[in-house]
Design a protein around this ligand. Structure first.
Ligand SMILES: [Zn+2]
Length: 357
C-alpha cells in the first residue's frame, strides 16, 4: 500500500499506555517529536503513527505470545483488519484500555490464532526424517537438492574456546579429539567436526559463553578450497508448506538437542558423499538478526511467499560452518592468529508480551 498523509499522522504516544512493556516498547520505537499527544495530551512521550502502532501490536501480541514446539513455533494471538471490533482475547485488567487504544487507532482486532499445523512441525519430509525407516530417503534428497558451495582457499573464520588449558597452543583450536566426539549437533562418535563462523557474536552464543569465562578466539585460514553442502540455501519448491523440504530443514536446525540424531545422520551422509563439511543455519540466527520463526501473514509462510523471499530468508539466517574431521591436524586449516576475548556484556535484546490472553 502507498504511504498517505494519514499514515504519517500521530495517533498515540508511549505515555498513552498503562502496561509497562507496551510503554517501554513504544518509547523505543516511537518518534521524538514536539507537540502534545492527540490522545493523552502528554508532551514528552514518543509519538506513534499507524505503522508504529501496528509494529507495537505485532511485537507485543504476536511475537510476545509465540511459543516454540518440538519443531517449529507459533503465536497464540494474531491480529488483522477483518477482526476490528470482533476481538476475542481476554487480557489482564491493566491491558484492557491499552488494547482498545491500539485497536481503535490502527483499526485492527486481536484474536486467538489456531496455527496452521505445518508451523508446529506437521511437515512430511520432517516426519520422514524422524522415522528411522524413511530417514535415508530424505537425506538422499538433501544431498542432491541443496547446492554445493566452495569456500575458497585463504578464507578466514573464527573458532572460540572457553577456558582452554593452553590458550597459545594452536592445537587447542582443532576439533575435539576423536574420543570426545559425539556431543554436538553434527559430530558423532568417532566423527569429530570443527564448528566455526564468520560472525564472532554467533560464536559467543553458540558456545554459551558468559562474562565470567576465560575466552579465546582463533582466526583460522583455509589452506585449500573446501567443498561444502549449503543447507542455508532457500530451496525453490512447487509444493505446499506441508510437503516442503526447505521448511523441514529450517525447522531441524532451529530445534534443540532432541533433533541431533537427524542432523548427525545428515553430516555423516555428506561426509560419505565426499563433502568437506556443511554450511548450516545457526540456532541463534533468530536471536542475532531479530527475526521471528516462521513469520506468517494470514498463515502463509513469508519465507516462501514474500516478494523477495530469498533475500528475506537469507537476511534472517546466519551461516555456520562445520568442517568434517580434524582440519588443523589434517592441515586443511591453519591458525592465523589467536586473541583473548574479554566480554563486558552478553546481550539479548527482546520485546515484551502479555501474561494472559
Ligand atoms: Zn499519548
Amino acid at each position: 500500500m502507498p504511504t498517505t498523509e494519514s499514515d504519517k499522522q500521530v495517533l498515540l504516544c508511549s505515555n498513552c499506555f498503562v502496561d509497562e512493556g507496551l510503554r517501554i516498547d513504544a518509547f523505543k520505537h516511537g518518534l521524538e517529536q514536539d507537540g502534545n499527544c492527540p490522545n493523552c495530551n502528554s508532551s514528552n512521550g514518543r509519538k506513534l503513527t499507524k505503522d508504529h502502532v501496528e509494529g507495537l501490536a505485532w511485537r507485543f501480541f504476536v511475537g510476545g505470545t509465540t511459543f516454540r514446539t518440538e519443531y517449529g513455533a507459533a503465536p497464540v494471538i494474531q491480529f488483522n483488519h477483518h477482526h476490528y471490533g470482533k476481538s476475542d482475547i481476554s487480557p489482564s485488567p491493566w491491558l484492557k484500555n491499552d488494547i482498545k487504544l491500539i485497536e481503535d487507532s490502527a483499526r485492527i482486532g486481536f484474536f486467538h490464532y489456531g496455527p496452521r499445523l505445518w508451523m508446529v512441525g506437521e511437515v512430511e519430509p520432517l516426519k520422514d526424517l524422524l522415522d528411522p525407516t524413511k530417514r535415508s530417503q530424505i537425506i538422499r534428497r538433501v544431498l542432491t537438492e541443496y547446492p554445493v558451495e566452495t569456500l575458497a582457499k585463504g578464507s578466514t573464520f573464527y573458532r572460540l574456546r572457553v577456558d582452554p588449558r593452553h590458550p597459545d597452543n594452536p592445537d587447542e583450536y582443532d576439533s575435539p579429539p576423536i574420543a570426545l566426539a559425539g556431543k554436538g549437533r553434527l559430530d558423532s562418535v568417532r566423527f569429530p567436526v570443527m564448528y566455526g563462523s564468520q560472525d564472532i557474536d554467533i560464536c559467543i552464543h553458540e558456545c554459551r559463553a558468559s562474562v565470567d569465562d576465560d575466552i579465546y578466539v582463533a582466526t583460522l585460514k583455509l589452506q585449500r578450497d573446501m567443498r561444502l553442502l549449503n543447507l542455508t540455501h532457500v530451496l525453490k519448491e512447487d509444493v505446499t508448506e506441508f510437503e516442503s523440504l526447505d521448511i523441514a530443514i529450517h525447522m531441524l536446525f532451529l530445534a534443540r538437542s532432541h533433533s541431533y540424531d537427524i542432523s548427525r545422520a545428515i553430516a555423516l551422509a555428506a561426509k560419505d558423499a565426499g563433502f568437506d563439511g556443511l554450511i548450516y543455519p545457526s540456532f541463534f540466527s533468530l536471536v542475532r538478526t531479530g527475526g521471528h520463526p516462521f513469520e506468517t501473514a494470514y498463515g502463509l509462510s513469508l519465507r516462501r511467499y514474500h516478494p523477495e523471499a530469498e533475500q528475506y530468508a537469507q537476511a534472517f539466517t546466519i551461516p555456520n560452518f562445520a568442517l568434517f574431521g580434524r582440519p588443523l591436524q589434517e592441515l586443511s586449516v591453519r591458525v592465523h592468529c589467536i586473541n583473548r576475548l574479554v566480554l563486558t556484556h552478553v546481550g539479548y535484546t527482546g520485546y515484551f508480551g502479555p501474561v494472559t490472553y
